[in-house]
Each structure stands twice: as structure tokens, then as C-alpha cells.
Design a protein around this ligand. Structure first.
Ligand code: ADP
Length: 486
């Protein structure tokens, strides 16, 4: 099947005010298949002209049919978008696999997750309420939860469908209009999503999708005076630039940035349950996950056993073309492959290499593959234990006791997710309180998952919360009303 047959759209156009338009100048950007390095299509290279038009259309939608719709009607449209997404889940999965190199079974999970986000937020639309406030005698005081207005949503390439689901789904459910800017390496599923929204009856202008370069379309959008809220998922450096741009317009911004998440194993852990999770929590999506558990902290009593068993799992991991649903696919681009490989090369010079996975014979030489790599006995302050690698690389760090585990776990500039394996209930509760992180998983680990679970970071992992019902609060602002009736 060709890409056009899968998408049913002309991806060189952008979606503005309910219509597909050719970007000014008619330029395009190539779509590369990361498994082969082949150019398989083109997307439109949007310009400030389309960003201006999209922001204006979103503003008009807020004043028009979309802004007047009841919460129940909005919820029903999201439910319909969910059903249409599920009906096309297989095509969407294939599109994502070709576009970003995600193994097909993982892409399938993403398209189903997109449908589930739309269902969750569709169901939440008419359950978002204000409060009444006990106040002075003779007054009634209450709050209204209002949409911000026009929301800019800028998403990365690692989980395009999940991240657009949690951002756009929540923003629309709360009554906002959206201008979505997908990553240049991963725009196809966002464009198909626009077609699904139109088919579901979403009014023109409520969702606009402008593809193009981050430094161009993304920068214009984040600095646009017509935007009322920005939400961004991506790298720390770009997040800082977006927050600076938002500050110039005094616009609120939600940032979900990187992580160096710790996965902590105590001597009393159920290792049979923990072992596959310890590895999977980083290897999924070839380590290209903000919440990847890239640091494995192990208490000395079980350190040798955990190390031995992790080596066994690593040696069985297979990297191959995404279409084959191997354990790992390629990384998204040549650039990412080079960045990750240089971390691995440095680790091989400075650290103890414990294990590597295997390259499948079908892995094309021009695909962006790297081998999963495990380093052991790593000092907590080494660069590979401090910096986000965004690839299939884990470091094993031994520790003696709970206090040391906490010190190491909290000893990076990030704080997105932490995982903990112990049967000691009191320790579970203590650690959950003391870990510097937006989520704590105890005897499980949910990298990237958990539609219902509020998610976000502290420190350089960002601020604001996405996912769960919490995201609906983030996409609204509170107005307080007092009535003096005597
Ligand atoms: P990466 O470096 O891995 O591509 P980024 O954080 O730069 O990750 O990209 C995430 C998203 O941010 C993408 O949609 C990208 O186009 C966009 N982006 C990149 N640079 C900017 C910028 N200066 N302003 C706004 N958005 C940007």
C-alpha cells in the first residue's frame, strides 16, 4: 500500500479553518522512512502566513459555532473522533511505523491510545465544573471554568499520536480552539487526525494543523500575539525558547521536557516480576521516551543477580526494521542515531560495558539503528547517568541503603517519573513522598502510559500537568463571580 492510499490526504497541504491549503511558496519537506533511509513522501513546509491564518481561524471558531457549543456536544464530537480513529487504527499504525520507525505493534498501541484519549476527554467535557464558595453574608460566590481561547500545541516525534491525543483532546474538551504544530519528522498522523476531526463534524477553525520547521512555524506560533495558552512536549532547550516566547505575550505555558528517570530495586523486590519491566521501561520505542527509566539503581544484596539477569535479557533483544515488530526499531533520524551512538561510544571508553543486543540481518545499512546497550557499576555523577540520551541505553548503579537510593534518584536536574520495587509497605510510602518526580510507580512502571494518570515534571522536566482529568484544569482558567443579593 502506498502512503497516499494509507493517509487519503495530500500531505503537502496544511489544514487551516477546515480547508486543506498549499503553504505560501509551495515548499515541502521530505518524509524519510527511518528503517531504510528512503524518502517516501513530502509534507508541506508551512510559513507564518498559515500560522497567522490558523490563529485567526481558531479565534473566529471561539466566537462562532465552536465557542457556542455545549460541553455535551463537544464531548460527543470527541467521542465520534475516537470511534473514527479506532476504525482507522491499523492504517494510522502503519503510517506511524513508516514515518517514525516505531515497531508496528507499538504503533498499534499508540493509535488505540489516541482513540482512548479522545474517549476519556470526550467523557470529561461535561464533567468539568466550578465551585461555590462559602463567603460573606448576603453574597453568593462561585467560580466558572473557562477555556483559555486559542491554544498552541507543539508536539515532538516520539509519540505523535499519544501526545496529540492528550494535548488536543484535553484542549478541545475544555472548549479551546487549537493550532497544532507536529514535529517535522512525524507529521503524517497529525494530518490524518485533522481529516478525522473534520469527518467527525468538528467545526472549522476549532483544530488547525500547520506542518513545517520548528524554528519557523513553531517559533512563529509560540510568539504569536493571538495565542492564549501554549503546550509543548520536547527537548529542554526548545522548551526554554518557547517559555521565553510565551513570556513576551504573558501567556501560560505547559512544558513536558526530558527526564533521567530512576528505577530503584531494593533487596526485597520480587525480581521475577521486576526484571522484564526494568528493561522494557527503557527499551520501548528504542528509548525515545521522555519517561524512559534509563537509570537502574540496585541495592547491593541483589545487584549481581539483577545485573546477570539484565545481561540475559539484553542479549536476546533484537533491533530490526519497524515493520517487523522486533523489540526495537530504528531511531527517528540520522541526527538522533549519531547523538545516541556518541553516548554509547563514550560509555564504551569510560564505563563497564555489560551487554548489547543483536542487529537483525534485515536491518538496512541506511536505517538509523543502534544496539541496546547496558553499562554497569556506573558512578551516579557520570555524564551517562546524568544526561538524557533518548536512546536504548541504561546504566546500572549500585546503592547500599534507602538514604543513598534517594540521594542518587534525586541527584539529577530532572524529575519526571520514578519507579520503585520493594515489598516493604512503609518504605513504599516514604519513598513516594520523598522522590523528586511528577509520577511514582511502585512495583510497576508506566513509561509513556496511563491516559488517566496526571503526568508532568519538576525541575528541568517541565511544569504543568497533562493527561488525566488534571489536564482539563490546565486547559481552563478560573473566573470568580460574587453576587451581592443582600
Ligand atoms: P528535537 O531536537 O529532538 O527535534 P525539539 O524539542 O526541538 O526536539 O522538537 C519538538 C517540537 O518543537 C517539534 O515540533 C519542533 O518542530 C518544535 N520546535 C523546534 N524548535 C522550535 C522553536 N524554536 N520554537 C518552537 N517550536 C520548535
Amino acid at each position: 500500500m502506498t502512503l497516499d492510499e494509507l493517509t487519503h490526504i495530500d500531505a503537502t497541504k496544511v489544514f487551516v479553518n477546515g480547508a486543506w491549503i498549499v503553504p505560501a511558496g509551495g515548499q515541502t519537506l521530505p518524509v524519510e522512512n527511518p528503517s531504510t533511509g528512503e524518502i517516501i513522501g513530502q509534507i508541506g513546509r508551512g510559513t507564518s502566513t498559515e500560522v497567522d491564518a490558523a490563529v485567526a481561524a481558531a479565534g473566529a471558531a471561539m466566537e462562532g459555532d465552536w465557542g457556542r457549543m455545549t460541553a455535551t456536544e463537544r464531548g460527543r464530537i470527541l467521542m465520534k473522533m475516537s470511534a473514527l480513529t479506532l476504525a482507522r487504527a491499523e492504517d494510522l499504525a502503519m503510517i506511524e511505523t513508516l514515518d517514525v520507525g516505531k515497531p508496528l505493534d507499538q504503533s498499534r498501541r499508540d493509535s488505540v491510545a489516541l482513540a482512548r484519549y479522545l474517549e476519556f476527554y470526550g467523557g470529561g467535557a461535561d464533567k468539568l465544573m466550578g465551585t461555590t464558595i462559602p463567603y460573606q453574608d448576603g453574597f453568593t460566590a462561585y467560580t466558572l471554568r473557562e477555556p483559555h481561547g486559542v491554544c498552541g500545541v507543539i508536539i515532538p516525534w516520539n509519540y505523535p499520536m499519544q501526545i496529540l491525543g492528550r494535548g488536543v483532546g484535553a484542549a478541545l474538551a475544555a472548549g479551546n480552539a487549537v493550532v497544532l504544530k507536529p514535529a517535522e519528522d512525524a507529521s503524517l498522523s497529525s494530518l490524518v487526525f485533522a481529516a478525522i476531526a473534520a469527518e467527525a463534524g468538528l467545526p472549522a477553525g476549532a483544530l488547525n494543523v500547520v506542518t513545517g520547521l520548528g524554528t519557523d512555524v513553531g517559533a512563529t506560533l509560540s510568539g504569536h500575539a493571538g495565542i492564549h495558552h501554549l503546550s509543548f512536549t520536547g527537548s529542554v532547550g526548545t522548551g526554554m525558547r518557547i517559555q521565553e516566547a510565551a513570556a513576551r505575550n504573558v501567556v501560560p505555558v505547559t512544558l513536558e521536557l526530558g527526564g533521567k528517570s530512576p528505577h530503584i530495586v531494593f533487596d526485597d523486590a520480587d525480581l521475577d516480576k521486576a526484571m522484564p519491566v526494568l528493561v522494557g521501561a527503557c527499551m520501548q520505542n528504542a528509548g525515545q521516551t521522555c519517561s524512559a527509566a534509563s537509570r537502574v539503581l540496585v541495592q547491593r544484596g541483589v545487584y549481581d543477580e539483577v545485573r546477570r539477569r539484565m545481561i540475559g535479557i539484553y542479549e536476546g533483544l533484537v533491533v530490526g526494521p519497524a515493520i517487523g515488530s522486533h523489540d526495537l526499531g530504528p531511531l527517528v533520524s540520522r541526527k538522533q542515531q549519531q547523538i545516541v551512538q556518541s553516548f554509547i561510544d563514550r560509555g564504551k571508553q569510560e564505563l563497564t560495558l555489560a551487554a548489547e543486543g543483536q542487529m537483525h540481518p534485515d536491518a538496512a545499512p541506511d536505517g538509523h539503528f543502534v544496539l541496546p546497550t547496558l553499562f554497569s557499576e556506573v558512578a551516579p555523577d557520570h555524564a551517562l547517568a546524568q544526561q538524557e540520551i533518548f536512546g536504548p541505553v541504561q546504566v546500572l548503579i549500585p546503592f547500599d541503603d534507602e538514604a543513598e537510593a534517594l540521594r542518587i534518584a534525586n541527584g539529577t536536574e530532572y524529575g519526571l517519573v520514578a519507579g520503585l520495587w520493594t515489598r516493604d509497605g512503609a518504605r513504599q510510602l516514604r519513598m513516594a513522598r520523598k522522590l523528586h518526580s511528577g509520577q511514582v510507580f511502585i512495583n510497576n512502571y508506566g513509561a509513556g502510559g496511563g491516559i488517566e494518570l496526571p503526568f508532568g515534571g519538576i525541575g528541568k522536566s517541565g511544569h504543568g500537568r497533562e493527561k488525566g482529568f488534571e489536564a482539563l484544569y490546565g486547559f481552563t482558567r478560573v473566573k470568580t463571580v460574587t453576587v451581592h443579593h443582600g
